[in-house]
Ligand binder design. Structure first.
Ligand SMILES: [Zn+2]
Length: 79
């Protein structure tokens, strides 16, 4: 089981005019440039120090561990 965070949004604000934008995490991963809805400046998205990639790996590792634990789960039912 893996979780794809690409379609999740994050709130950022324009460093020039403070207008809010909601880029997809995929756009940050791809270091895309978006246009500010307020002042029309180009905002270049950057995954600083690879933090998004690290978070994605950690989430998927946690899901793998959860899946493993669920596989070990035994339920005793008394009738
Ligand atoms: Zn702006």
């Amino acid at each position: 089981m893996t979780l794809n965070l690409d379609r999740e949004h994050i709130y950022i604000h324009c460093p020039r005019c403070n207008f809010w934008a909601r880029p997809f995490l995929r756009q940050i991963r791809h270091r895309e440039t978006i246009v500010c809805g307020g002042c029309k400046a180009n905002i270049r998205l950057d995954d600083h120090l690879g933090s998004f990639r690290k978070a994605q790996r950690q989430v998927n590792k946690a899901l793998e561990e959860l899946e493993e634990q669920l596989g070990n789960l035994t339920i005793n039912i008394r009738l």
